[in-house]
Design a protein around this ligand. Structure first.
Ligand code: PMP
Length: 370
């Protein structure tokens, strides 16, 4: 009886493939946990001190729904200094909050949302919850969305294109020419783009993040603090874009999250003066370690150009889940690719882990190599 009370909307929605694996980690004796989508560095002391001070100063109450004015201003200045155009900005409860609000504000039942595959786990569900239909755009094997693939998928029902560069789970980063080519198709078809730029600071090899919003494309930018400052538990992000959309998202935030975390908003005012380049350089070194290590073993990973994940084909004869089960039998926890994709051919390693754990992981993978 009780289950029958569940709405049709949520029926059949199961915990994400990441959670299912993650929940098994504590059951292992000496696990190597490469499952999580978060950096292994802590929040900078300056920001932690500001959080403690904010709490002591009584910043413990509701904030304005759209975020505290000095933070909105700091985000706006940050975006302007990076040449990112927008009309309005609001503070959200993580990029996750921004994804929920933008889906509610944009999607009508039956609308199609174009999602490059592989994709961050939340996309297909928030689109579905809002009544939309996800349309997956295959980006294998190099994980770069091609303009032809995009153009072919556009239909009269297309509502917007979801972009995520640098990408979770592949580490792919769209270059300036690749963004240019996509922007041309987007403009030709008068499309709107929701651009999840949460990994904007995590770009390697001396390159930098390119936002499609700088190509005269109408864009909602979803940005965050979770990854850049190691504060995934603080639940803070922002959305920047056209005034008509941000205004409606603020109203929807009023009727859902109310506001983002107050203490975190005050503390993060200090974030803009924190230099995270050492932490990011250290992740780049570990990218090299894992990528080269996998190749030496005969795996064929795509070289991550950003974020902190490597996406690698499983050896022949395996599904992603059967391969991950073999890893887990040896206490190595990684995520099967089907959690992020319509295909079932890869596995994701997060290399935001200690060198010791990454070495142990490569030892385990040596025994399972193709
Ligand atoms: N987008 C992507 C691509 C992500 O990888 C994540 C976190 N794993 C999120 C959004 C959610 O981030 P937040 O913690 O800001 O909600």
């Amino acid at each position: 009886m009780k289950e029958q009370l569940l709405s049709d909307r949520v029926r059949g929605i199961e915990p994400s493939g990441i959670r299912k694996i993650f929940d098994r980690v504590p059951l292992a004796k000496n696990p190597i946990n490469l499952t999580m989508g978060e950096p292994d560095f802590d929040v900078p002391e300056l920001i932690k001190d500001a959080a403690k001070a904010a709490m002591d100063q009584g910043r413990n109450k509701y904030t304005p729904t759209q975020g505290i004015p000095p933070l909105r201003q700091a985000i706006a200045e940050h975006l302007k200094s990076n040449g990112i155009p927008f009309e309005e900005v609001m503070v959200t409860a993580g990029v996750s909050g921004g994804l929920v609000l933008s889906s509610l504000a944009l999607i009508n039942p039956g609308d199609e949302v174009l999602i490059p595959d592989p994709y961050f786990v939340m996309y297909k569900y928030v689109v579905g919850l809002a009544g939309g239909t996800p349309v997956f755009l295959d980006t294998y094997p190099d994980f770069k969305l091609k303009p032809e693939t995009l153009e072919k998928a556009i239909s009269p029902r297309t509502k917007f294109l979801m972009l995520n560069s640098p990408n979770n789970p592949t580490g792919a980063v769209l270059s300036a020419p690749e963004i240019n080519a996509l922007a041309e198709v987007v403009k030709k078809h008068d499309l709107f783009v929701v651009s999840d730029e949460i990994y904007d600071r995590f770009v390697f090899d001396g390159n930098h993040h390119e936002s499609i919003s700088t190509r005269d494309v109408p864009t909602l930018i979803l940005g965050g603090f979770s990854k850049t400052y190691g504060m995934t538990g603080w639940r803070l992000g922002y959305a920047a874009g056209p005034a008509w959309l941000i205004k409606q998202m603020i109203t929807m935030q009023q009727y859902s999250f109310t506001s983002a975390n107050s203490v975190a908003q005050f503390a993060v005012l200090k974030a803009f003066s924190c230099d995270m380049s050492k932490e990011i350089a250290s992740l780049e070194e570990r990218r090299d370690m894992v990528y080269e290590g996998l190749r030496r073993l005969g795996f064929k990973p795509t070289r991550p150009e950003g974020a902190f994940y490597v996406f690698t084909p499983v050896p022949p004869g395996h599904t992603s889940e059967s391969f991950v089960e073999r890893c887990i039998a040896k206490e190595l926890f990684v995520i099967p690719g089907d959690a992020f994709s319509q295909k079932d051919t890869h596995f994701r390693i997060s290399f935001a882990a200690s060198r010791e754990d990454l070495r142990r992981a490569l030892n385990v993978l040596e025994a399972l190599k193709p």
